[in-house]
Design a protein around this ligand. Structure first.
Ligand code: DGJ
Length: 742
């Protein structure tokens, strides 16, 4: 049993293999959060000190007792109306603005298996893999109910949380805030690690100390955004890759979100995460329910690396679905950086021919194949094939590509419409825009109202006609602007929060229906690169284009940040042309490939433009990728350098689960004359074994590799007796195989 209710001390404990999470029905029915950490038995509420903390108010039902205040006790789902002035998880008002919802314990039940959430992504598992706990809270004075949902995955060391708000009163209420989870940590010094950035610079690792000040990360953009990622870590101040306590919070939602974290006046830390409460104001009519999205929590006392590996496994095996979750992904070539929308059928075939010759598995036709789409000012919404531009039908183009022995995929951007499109001329009211006002443009496009089913259905129908015609093996689903003018012409409410939420559910519905219709389809997510790189999307898209920035050196930092919360097999990564179109930096093609192998691996250039030598390298890269595909796809991932601090080299490795082999990757970021040796310390190997470098034959005791480290190779110059130091941006891949010898 992983969920244990102890009637004597009123505790409910959720146990995983290495952790315990505990709550307790406390004084006056407050649901206390008593503990989350290494496994325990017993009642952790012994750590809570009840005393009059001064200026922290007391519940009326406590009478003359001033020892209990919602403002100072650790709570599972803190709410404003109970007198808690720290960041709330729940905030509800009556229609006239008066506070409601002082939530106290009402009932609970334990179920075998994992709950699911209608219309929303959720971690899944079999009845043997998971248990569910539901704890229902009720407002002291009305029939507002909140059911806290918990999924316990013992083997994964993961606990999921979600919350369902039910209005069983006779009046409309306004949900101003309904977080997915709140976490109170009673003692210690903690940091917030978050992943911020911008278009072409996503998920940069940032770490701030938590003090008596609230840190707020999140987005108001209607998408999970380039600017802040919906994964955060609360880490002990001295925690690093290998040591220290840390908690992860990964939200499975693709819209606006926030995480508020900070210490209170007495040093207790709280982190509250969920849908962005600003402008949320979600009206809930009598009998209506609001379902907050799910959050996946994990705890590790062994540092950030081990926390990341918990999430890698969780997302790869219990969030991603469909046949592709476990299959090695095809090596694809995408024409976007080679041609933009300025192509014709012949150009696409010529790129595909060369790619097929060199061993690429799949040709992806990006933006520009539909409607009037010769630039990005028009055409979105018109999902019929521009046969004039292609010189043939989509079916014929796909046939030609398949005759080269390749698979075929196309790009779509279903949520968008250009004002210059037939769809917009036919249905201007299908775009989100406020009557009497000019809508804000983003890349000259408007957002379709995906909160309306008829809009989703029409776009899906149009796109399916094309997919049926070309029998696409793959679709890249893009989304290239944020939401601004949130007004629905088909809704009785104009609550921004409600419409944005329903919009996100509409996007999920689109993908669900698409995958129901084409169960074998490989769907790749994208939003101007990695603007919607979140665990919610991964329920539908097992890989997501990580960033429009394909410069190998920038990518190292982007992929480093991304790897904290997501497995590398979800990261769309391609080799592109040099100098890079954005940074104008040149890196060796080998380096670009090594970096792209830290992701799904593919190409984003016209291979015809490469030298013969480079073409041969590409052929070899694909062979190498195939050789290591299982290790890259299924291996345990270790970050070996902190690329935010170490500007000399970047290194990471993948180790097979049975520790029989490993692939070490190194990229040199800085060089100097007569360079001192640089050692990279490895991780994750079997300490009792030795490992052989399969290229040089050198045998290393694992403990030497993990303690002293391995030196960055020096390179033998052909035709000379001497070796040179590694050059700037040079990359190395070292394959290690376990040998019997110690
Ligand atoms: C943004 C994507 O990130 C690119 O890869 C490309 O698909 C363009 N959109 C096409 O418009």
């Amino acid at each position: 049993m992983s969920v244990i209710y102890n009637e004597q001390n009123s505790t409910i404990t959720l146990n995983t293999e290495n952790t315990s999470y505990q709550m307790k029905i406390g004084p006056y029915g407050f649901l206390l959060h008593t503990y989350y950490g290494p496994k325990i038995s017993g009642d952790a509420s012994v750590s809570i000190v009840y005393r009059d903390h001064g200026f922290s108010p007391n519940p009326h039902d406590a009478g003359r007792c001033r020892d209990v205040s919602a403002d100072t006790i650790p709570l599972e789902y803190p709410c404003e109306a109970a007198g808690d002035f720290r960041a709330p998880a729940l905030s509800i008002t009556a229609d006239d603005g008066t506070f409601m919802a002082d939530m106290r314990y009402h009932s609970h039940r334990i179920l075998q298996g994992k709950y699911s959430l209608e219309g929303l992504p959720a971690v899944y598992g079999t009845d043997e893999e998971a248990q569910t706990l539901e704890v229902t809270l009720k407002d002291r004075f009305s029939d507002i109910f909140v059911t806290l949902q918990y999924g316990v995955f013992p083997e994964l060391d993961v606990i999921t949380r979600a919350a369902r708000i039910e209005n069983r009163t006779a009046q409309k209420i306004i949900v101003k805030n309904a977080a997915s989870a709140s976490l109170d940590i009673l003692s210690g010094e903690w940091d917030l690690i978050h992943f911020s950035g911008r278009h072409a610079g996503e998920r940069t690792f940032e770490r701030v100390s938590l003090s008596q000040r609230e840190e707020l990360v999140g987005t108001r953009r209607g998408v999970s955004s380039h600017h802040q990622n919906s994964f955060v870590i609360i880490a002990e101040r001295n925690a690093d890759e290998r040591y220290g306590q840390c908690y992860g919070m990964n939200l499975l939602y693709s819209g606006s979100f926030s995480c508020n974290a900070g210490a209170d006046a007495f040093g207790s830390v709280r982190a509250v995460m969920g849908i962005q409460p600003e402008h949320f104001d979600y009206p809930l009519e009598p009998e209506e329910i609001f379902q907050a999205p799910e959050i996946a929590l994990a705890y590790s006392e062994n540092g950030l690396g081990s926390l990341s590996r918990i999430y890698h496994r969780l997302i790869a095996d219990h969030v991603c679905r469909g046949p592709w979750k476990n299959r090695p992904r095809p090596v694809l070539i995408n024409n976007w950086e080679a041609t933009g929308p300025y192509f014709d059928g012949e150009m696409i075939i010529s790129i595909a021919k060369k790619a097929a010759e060199l061993g690429v598995d799949m040709m992806v036709l990006d933006d520009g194949w539909f409607g009037k789409r010769d630039d990005d000012y028009s055409g979105l919404g018109d999902w019929y094939v521009n046969t004039k531009k292609l010189g043939c039908t989509m079916g014929e183009l796909a046939d030609q590509i398949r005759s080269l022995g390749m698979k075929f995929g196309i790009w779509i951007e279903p949520e968008m419409v250009n004002e210059d499109s037939d769809l917009y001329r036919e249905h201007p009211d299908w775009a989100l825009q406020i009557p009497g006002r000019d809508p804000v443009l983003g890349r000259s496009q408007l957002v379709l109202d995906f909160s309306r089913e008829e809009v989703v259905d029409r776009i899906l129908d149009d796109i399916c006609k094309v997919l049926d015609e070309c029998k696409a093996d793959y679709v890249k689903m893009d989304m290239n602007r944020p939401l601004v003018d949130v007004y629905s012409h088909g809704s009785s409410t104009q609550s921004r929060g409600k419409l944005q939420y329903k919009y996100v559910l509409g996007v999920y519905r689109f993908m669900e229906k698409l995958l129901e219709r084409y169960p074998d389809l490989l769907l790749e997510g994208c939003s101007s690169g990695g603007g919607r790189f979140d665990a919610g999307m991964m329920y539908y898209t097992p890989q997501i284009w990580c960033s429009d920035n394909t410069d190998a050196i920038d990518r190292i930092r982007i992929q480093y940040g991304t790897s904290f919360g997501y497995p590398i097999r979800t990261m769309g990564a391609h080799v592109s042309a040099c100098p890079n179109y954005d940074t104008w930096r040149s890196t060796p093609i080998n380096t670009r490939a090594v970096v792209a192998m830290e992701g799904t691996f593919g190409y984003e250039l016209d291979l015809n433009h490469l030298s013969d030598e480079e073409k041969e390298e590409v052929r070899q890269q694909i062979i190498t990728f195939r050789k290591y595909s299982s290790l890259l796809h299924n291996g345990l991932y270790y970050r070996l350098t902190d690329v935010m601090k170490n500007t000399k080299e970047a290194a990471w490795m993948m180790v097979s689960e049975d520790q029989s082999e490993a692939l070490l990757n190194i990229v040199v970021l800085d060089v100097t004359g007569n360079r001192p040796e640089r050692y990279i310390r490895l991780d994750g190997l079997d300490r009792n074994a030795s490992y052989r470098d399969t290229e040089t034959g050198i045998i290393y005791p694992a403990n030497v590799l993990m303690t002293t480290g391995i030196t960055i190779p020096r390179v033998k110059m052909s035709g000379h007796d001497w070796v040179r130091g590694a050059s700037l941006y040079e990359a190395f891949q070292i394959h290690l195989e376990k040998v019997d010898q110690k």
